[in-house]
Structure formats: C-alpha cells, structure tokens
Design a protein around this ligand. Structure first.
Ligand code: GRG
Ligand code: ZN
Length: 313
C-alpha cells in the first residue's frame, strides 16, 4: 500500500494559496475564507503551519470583517456564519483569537437565532441545521455560548432527528451524513448527546462503508473522501468508530492521492482539490494515521489548538 505523500500535499496547498488568480481561485473567490480554513488546518495537521506568513493571513482575515461583526468569504463580500466560523478557526490555529472583539462577533451570531431556536446562515434567512452547528461551534470557541439560547437550539436540532437515527436540514428532511455531522457536533459541544440513539445512528453510519472501503453520504450513493470526515467524526463522537473497517478506509483515502503533484480527490482517478485534501488528511488523522496531529471531531480543529482554547485560559 502507498503512503501519505506529506511533502507533496504541503507543496500542493502552498501552491493553491499563492495562485490567487488561477481558475480554481476565481471560481471560489466568494468562499475564499473557507478555503483558507481547509488549507491551513490541513497544513497544521501535517505539522507545516509555519510554512506560511501568519501576519499576512491575519491582516487579510480582519479585512473581511463586516461592520455587523460577521466575516465574509472575501474582502467586500457579505458576511455569513460559514465564513465567520472559518475566520475564527484560522485565528485559533495561529493562537490569535485575541485580535477579535469576541462580543461583537458573538452578537452577530446570536442575532441570527430564530424564535424556534434554529439559525439562519445570514441576513437572508435560509434555515438549516448546518447553521446551528456553525453558530454553536463558533460561540463555543469564543467562550460565548451564553449569548444564545442553547436549550432552544438543542430542541430545534432534536426536531430534525429521523426514525433512522439520523438528522436532516430541517424537520422531516432526509438523513444525510453531512447534516448528521452538524447535528451530532452541535449536540456534542453543548453536552446534549443523550438525545442521540447511538446504536441506531451508529448502524446507519457504519452502513455507509462500501466494498472499496470508502464511505458514502446516503444509501445507494457513490463513496467520496469527504465522508471520511462527515461519517467518521460522527461515529467517534457517539463511540461507534470500531463498527467500520479502518484499514480499508485508510487504503481508500490513500488511493485518492495524486502521488506526483500532491492533493487528494473525492475518489480514485478524479481531479484533486483543497476541500478533499482537507477531508482526506482529517479522515486519516481520525484514523490515527502515523505522523499526523490529532483532530477534534466536534470543533474540526487540531486537538492541541482545542486544548489551548479550553484549558489554558
Ligand atoms: C467546520 C468541518 C466544518 C464544517 C462546517 C458547512 C458545514 C459546517 C457542514 C456541511 C455539512 C454538509 C451538508 C456536507 C455535505 C456536503 C456534500 C458532499 C454534499 C453533497 O451532497 P450530494 O447529494 O452528494 O450532492 P451525494 O454524496 O449524496 O451524492
Ligand atoms: Zn466530496
């Protein structure tokens, strides 16, 4: 079996960071903040975060902050919960949360909570359990969970639970591994995992492993490296990770590497991108692949960063 080509992946991520005028960068311009989170978290897991100039990144992040306190995907764009969490996560990676006015960011987030406890992603109002996760994870990192109504937020997430043990975007929405990560992550952070039927959900999640060893996001769908994160992190949070074949999943992820130019794709032979490079490396970290930093399955940050946030105050 091939190995993780660490140096090639580091080179790939650094080259995407620099190629700001490339096709991929232009298409992804509006969500650049999220891309920077994927790239830099991967570099940190690989032990190479110091390959970048942190001051340059931090200055750019702060230029993406809107007067409302939220962050946009790039300079001059509109703020959204997704980019707000990514900005806070990248500042946490660099141990620079102190450059933020945490109350201002927290006010932006708590202002997006609706009366039923759900969250909108931005001022336009779309509601989804993804946004519940983003709000809860971000306020938790900022030590500001008290700024929202946690009980109502948890009740809304529980109202999105299905008879198969999984969770959807809104009440009655189909179970999907990405949505399950968001709901389980939010429940884990708020100490509310007793609302999850761990055996029932664990069964649904481990059934996502297909013959090739890869995981899919729903029944009958193709395997994809990103589910190595969405499914595996959920299984770990509910203590059922031993229900899948870890060795086969490691092999599937390693088979999705571009061993020549670096980067990881969604499935073998496809084109690589930063998104799947992150999920491949984060998945391998959850599988305890040698040489990688451990990642926290709920906050999606390296464990040493999470420990710094919560235990060195
Ligand atoms: C900090 C890790 C982290 C996440 C932030 C945005 C977010 C919170 C979570 C997104 C969760 C989610 C819904 C992920 C699913 C993404 C995905 C691959 C969707 C594809 O769905 P389909 O139906 O693909 O196109 P399938 O695989 O079902 O064919
Ligand atoms: Zn994918």
């Amino acid at each position: 079996m091939g190995e993780l080509v660490v140096d090639k992946h580091v080179k790939y991520i650094l080259s995407v960071e620099k190629r700001k005028d490339s096709f991929e960068s232009v298409v992804l311009e509006h969500l650049r903040m999220n891309g920077v989170y994927w790239g830099l978290t991967t570099l940190d897991l690989l032990g190479k975060l110091d390959a970048l100039d942190s001051n340059e990144v931090i200055q750019w992040i702060m230029k993406c902050q809107h007067e409302s306190g939220g962050f946009a995907g790039n300079i001059g764009h509109d703020p959204h919960l997704l980019y707000t969490l990514s900005a806070v996560q990248v500042l946490a990676l660099f141990d620079k949360l102190n450059v933020l006015d945490a109350d201002r960011v927290a006010n932006y987030i708590s202002g997006l909570q609706n009366v039923d406890g759900s969250f909108s992603g931005d001022e336009w109002g779309e509601v989804d359990t993804r946004f519940s996760y983003l709000a809860i994870c971000c306020l938790s990192i900022l030590h500001r969970l008290d700024k929202m109504n946690v009980e109502k937020a948890v009740n809304y997430i529980v109202s999105c639970k299905n008879v198969d043990g999984g969770f959807g975007c809104t009440p009655g929405g189909e179970s999907h591994a990405g949505q399950i990560f968001c709901c389980v992550g939010a429940l884990a952070i708020t100490g509310s995992l007793h609302h999850v039927d761990k055996d029932l959900l664990g069964w649904w999640l481990c059934e996502r492993q297909v013959k090739s060893g890869g995981l899919n996001g729903r029944p009958e769908k193709l395997p994809d490296v990103c589910y190595s994160w969405w499914v595996l992190s959920s299984l770990i949070m509910i203590d059922r990770v031993h229900w899948i074949n870890k060795d086969k999943l490691v092999k599937f992820i390693l088979n999705c590497q571009d061993t020549e130019n670096g980067g990881i794709s969604d499935r073998p032979e496809d084109a690589v991108d930063v998104f799947h490079t992150y999920f491949g490396v984060a998945g391998l970290s959850l599988l305890e692949y040698p040489g990688l930093k451990a990642i926290d399955p709920a906050h999606a940050l390296p464990v040493d960063v999470v420990n710094r946030i919560f235990f060195q105050k």
